[in-house]
Design a protein around this ligand. Structure first.
Ligand code: 9G3
Length: 568
């Protein structure tokens, strides 16, 4: 590629609408341009990176016996109605009608389509296992698309679906994809960490998210410093407390606590730590009040609550709902409530201690309240959100916190979709069985963005070699100089002939501008052809990642660079 011809509109200044490094650098390095909120054009060098990531994905998935197909973006509403998902996603789903008034959506994912296809075409155990994938645009009408390709409304996803005869087969597919993902991100030069995650509305029972650790990541994870446990905080488990049987406390006693509606205010007013209080949270669950109790210094994890309640349609009660049900905002408590409500408690409250709780009376709290003695609890559960400093649920090591960019996610779906769409197979004994499914996604654009988040400095991008838009950029100080042109051209053609992707900066620009562009675009190796070097019979090889500079004899420079590029 000749720099004078490549369409790569670099920018000097940082675009104001870009908040994180990868978004800023993709715009400045001329890799993408925005068409509308969350909708982008991939410019030539940006597309090259996308294509390299896709090539690595295809190699690793095909090595696991997967087969690539390409499904339509436009999907008929009927399939989504059969699985009951047409309504669930509301405004996030792009919907349209054709000229006959038939309803469609722009595919946000393809479980429905692929299950209908396999359900129609697979009937015998001999056709399983089957692993089918595509690399295709997805559409999700995010309320606030942001961070460039990190959270777009149209994005490229690799989505693979596995079809097995039973749970054991699904486990094998899941493991195969887990290994493939580990290799894919490694080969992309990305450091990822698989974390246990919450399946959410998709269903199924087990899921892992592949996270790129980066402080700009949207996901909060906790990981153990002693073992390899790691989880999205939405899912992270917490150990039950050691049972402490405390001496029987004094009985509950009212305390006057004027204007203390928050835990912090009550604790400060009474001179107690927040851990000596209970947060009594009223939730509206299908119209009914449910009281959820966590210790004052803990945070309720609503994903865990949803898992217990068996529904995600619940919300924290607002003041109207609280007063309608006879409670007083800021003074809600589990002891003699104004009406009978379900009480669910985090199991940290099972340790037998005594606490301060709202007295269900204006400006009044109760102290010396002992859960289980002074009020009934329907269930003690792991309900709280893990925080750095908590103990690892596997080995009791210390948990630390980090931010992550989710670049991949793998799910065990079981038979949820095959039952809804009647995808079955006949086994050796002639019995009909539902097919066991898994689904596995990688955000291709997000992987590119995450690679920049993890590999950049103040001068620009530092591409990992396997996904760089070109491996080498040759920069003659003055290309109009005969001698420099001859040496640069010869090296350019020789490296290209050896199969490398090379950019030759043939522009009639000042050297500084060319060096800055080479650093900004992040080409891993830069060869400078300059008058001083030529006088000494050498070329300068600069490694973008380490800043290391080597001098190479002009003669044989191509072979020296080839052997270096093949060795890293
Ligand atoms: C929708 C809309 C948004 C969605 C979904 C459906 C997320 C939806 C979860 C998944 C699960 C896996 C296959 C590849 C890996 C991820 N957002 N999910 O199902 F209609 Cl609008 O997509 N799908």
């Amino acid at each position: 590629m000749l720099m004078s011809q490549v369409f790569v509109p670099t920018l000097r200044e940082v675009p104001k609408e870009a908040e994180i490094p990868s978004h800023q650098l993709m715009l400045r390095a001329g890799l993408i341009r925005k068409n509308a909120g969350g909708i982008y054009t991939y410019l030539p060098l940006g597309l090259k990176v996308i294509q390299k990531i896709e090539a690595i994905i295809r190699e690793e998935l095909n090595a696991k016996g997967s087969q690539e197909l390409l499904m339509p973006i436009i999907q008929p509403a009927e399939l989504w109605e059969q699985t009951g998902r047409w309504e669930i996603y509301g405004d996030e789903m792009f919907r349209l009608t054709d000229r006959h008034g038939r309803r469609f959506c722009l595919g946000p994912t393809h479980e429905e389509l692929i299950t209908a296809l396999v359900g129609a075409e697979v009937s015998s155990y001999r056709q399983l296992p089957l692993r089918l994938y595509q690399i295709q645009n997805k559409y999700r009408d995010e309320i606030r698309p942001r961070f460039g390709l990190m959270r777009g409304r149209e994005f490229i996803m690799k989505d693979l679906y596995s079809f097995d005869r039973d749970e054991a087969g699904l486990e094998e597919s899941y493991q195969a994809m887990y290994e493939a993902y580990t290799r894919i991100f490694q080969r992309c030069g990305l450091e990822t960490r698989p974390v246990e995650a919450d399946p959410g509305a998709i269903g199924g029972n087990s899921t892992h998210e592949f996270m790129v650790i980066a402080e700009t990541g949207e996901a909060a994870i906790v990981y153990c410093t002693e073992c390899d446990y790691a989880a999205n905080v939405e899912k992270a488990e917490l150990l039950p407390p050691e049972e402490e049987v405390l001496p029987t406390e004094a009985l509950p006693e009212q305390v006057f606590t004027p204007d203390t509606k928050t835990i912090e205010e009550v604790a400060n007013f009474l001179g107690l730590p927040e851990s000596a209080t209970i947060k009594s949270l009223l939730y509206e669950v299908e119209g009914e009040p449910v009281m959820v109790l966590v210790r004052g210094d803990h945070i309720l994890n609503e994903f865990k609550l949803a898992a217990y309640l068996g529904t995600s349609t619940f919300r924290l009660a607002d003041d109207d709902f609280i007063t309608e049900n006879g409670f007083i905002t800021g003074y809600v408590g589990p002891v003699s409530p104004p009406k009978k409500v379900r009480v669910i408690a985090d199991y940290a409250l099972k340790s037998g201690g005594s606490y301060v709780v709202g007295a269900n009376k204006e400006d009044t709290h109760l102290k010396n309240v002992v859960p289980g003695r002074d009020f009934e609890v329907e269930a003690y559960l792991d309900l709280r959100q893990a925080q750095p400093g908590d103990l690892c649920p596997r080995c009791r090591g210390e948990l630390k916190g980090a931010r992550g960019i989710e670049v991949g996610q793998i799910f065990k779906l079981g038979t949820k979709y095959s039952e809804a769409l009647n995808a079955t197979y006949v086994d050796e004994e002639g019995n009909s069985n539902y097919i066991y499914m898994g689904c596995y996604g990688i955000g291709v654009g997000r992987t590119m963005a995450a690679a920049i988040e993890q590999n950049h400095d103040e001068n620009g991008i530092i591409w990992p070699l396997p996904i760089a838009p070109a491996q080498v950029i040759i920069v003659p100080v003055a290309y109009h100089d005969e001698q420099q042109k001859e040496i640069a051209d010869r090296l350019y053609h020789s490296l290209m002939a050896a199969g490398f992707e090379v950019i030759l900066d043939d522009r009639d620009e000042r050297p500084g501008v060319k060096f800055k562009d080479a650093d900004l675009i992040g080409i891993p190796y830069r060869v400078t052809v300059g008058p001083k070097g030529i006088k000494n019979g050498v070329l300068e090889l600069y490694e973008r990642k380490t800043g290391e500079i080597r001098e190479l004899p002009i003669e044989g420079a191509d072979r020296a660079i080839e052997s270096l590029l093949r060795s890293v």
